[in-house]
Design a protein around this ligand. Structure first.
Ligand code: SF4
Length: 418
């Protein structure tokens, strides 16, 4: 989300006559887009701001702005903590920055096409979240759900496609909540349908889905629209109902989550499922954690993002005793990762010899790399320039984190593509 916000911010700055600087040392303005989802992310931001303090001492005319989730309503406290920052503005409140840079000038009309860095781009479609999970800072920092109007999104998507983007990922903290705050209540399925009709866009993705908000109708839309990748990011967070209850994860249980995954796999047998897990949440017993491992063993997700719990001040969970010792969190995370490495390795090994479609995003270590519709990383060697192409790769080697193969012919154009 921050990457997407930064790209839109850059587009707005360029529209106002700014050009990117190679390094902060050469910049007139540095905008730091912060993340505080975990303690380590917050520490990184503080480190960056520390470096900017020295820079500002040497070049007092340098303007420093801070945005993102570190910016809460306590601006006075932030000002004391980071005196090197000239201007603070809440996440996605770009208007405040435009006003500061050019007071009185009319702001953006909403549609803010980015300069894409390659064949893929992110499109934030809804910001904020209404869920208030106990551990999460997002609703406090990014506010309640705010969907962007469909026409505005179509405008940005069209501009991105004209600039060579072939794959667009629609983003939201809870992307399936899209539209419920808009007049007429359009939904994510309708948005996907509209964007799938645009020429040039070959793939559409969506990220991240709260398990309680993925409906049968939505799964049907994903299976009906050929451009929409069968790839679901469904954070379960824990595999025991007691942990889920303490986490304030509303609207689903372990059993209903399993039914959801089953429903997706019935409609889309090739679908990839990724999930997020927090280990060491307050009160997590060994039995509860074992249930999480058992769930992952049973569901066999393609990707699992594990993270050790760290309390975020201001959230409901921060008031609970952080009673799982750091060594236990580390050990549980290691067990989770080892399990997933084995499962992902087995899932990918079953693909050996098969042909997969990949959208080529770049080169690394002398090989082209791209992603399959299910989000798997594929490498292949080829003399030809394949950047931005959809190619078919016959897989000759697989591992838990990536696939390798030989390129075949370019993949056929799908309906609605150009
Ligand atoms: S649904 Fe996601 S973004 Fe919203 S509060 Fe829960 S964890 Fe945070």
């Amino acid at each position: 989300m921050n990457q997407a916000d930064s790209a839109r911010l850059a587009a707005g700055l360029e529209r106002r006559g700014y050009a990117p600087a190679a390094r902060p040392e050469e910049a007139d303005l540095v905008v730091v887009n912060s993340c505080v989802v975990r303690q380590s992310a917050e520490e990184r931001v503080a480190g960056q701001l520390g470096a900017l303090k020295a820079l500002k001492r040497a070049r007092p005319q340098l303007q420093v702005a801070l945005t993102g989730c570190l910016v809460d309503s306590q601006i006075a406290a932030l000002r004391r903590r980071f005196p090197q920052v000239d201007f603070f503005f809440p996440p996605q409140d770009f208007q405040a920055l435009w006003e500061r840079l050019a007071p009185g000038r009319p702001g953006d009309e909403g549609c803010l096409p980015q300069k894409p860095a390659g064949p893929t781009a992110f499109l934030p479609v809804i910001s904020g979240c209404d869920e208030f999970c106990a551990y999460c800072i997002v609703p406090y920092r990014r506010g309640r759900e705010r969907s962007r109007p469909l026409a505005e999104l179509r405008c940005e998507a069209e501009a991105l496609a004209r600039r060579g983007v072939r794959e667009l990922t629609l983003l939201g903290q809870n992307v399936n909540a899209y539209g419920r705050d808009l007049p007429g209540r359009p939904d994510l399925a309708l948005l996907l349908e509209e964007l799938a009709a645009l020429p040039g866009l070959r793939r559409l993705r969506f990220l991240t889905s709260h398990p309680a908000d993925v409906t049968e109708g939505f799964i049907e839309a994903v299976s009906r629209l050929p451009q929409v990748c069968p790839s679901f990011s469904l954070p379960v967070q824990a595999g025991h109902d007691n942990t889920l209850r303490r986490m304030g994860r509303r609207g689903y249980t372990v059993a209903s989550y399993k039914r959801l995954v089953e429903g997706i796999r019935q409609a889309l047998p090739e679908a990839a499922i990724s999930t997020d897990i927090i280990v060491g949440f307050p009160g997590e017993t060994e039995t509860e954690f074992a249930a999480t491992l058992a769930l992952l063993e049973e569901l066999r997700c393609d990707t699992v993002h594990g993270a050790a719990y760290s309390p975020r001040p201001g959230t409901a969970a921060a008031r609970l005793p952080d009673d799982v010792p750091p060594e236990a969190k580390k050990e549980r995370l290691a067990r989770l990762e080892a399990l997933q490495e084995r499962i992902a390795g087995e899932i990918n090994a079953a693909l050996l010899g098969r042909r997969v479609e990949a959208l080529v995003e770049g080169q690394k270590g002398g090989k082209w790399w791209g992603r399959t519709p299910t989000g798997k990383l594929v490498f292949f060697a080829d003399e030809a320039d394949r950047l931005g192409q959809l190619v078919e790769v016959e897989l000759t080697m697989t591992g838990p984190w990536s696939l390798q193969g030989n390129v075949q012919a370019p993949a056929p154009v799908v309906a609605g593509g150009s």
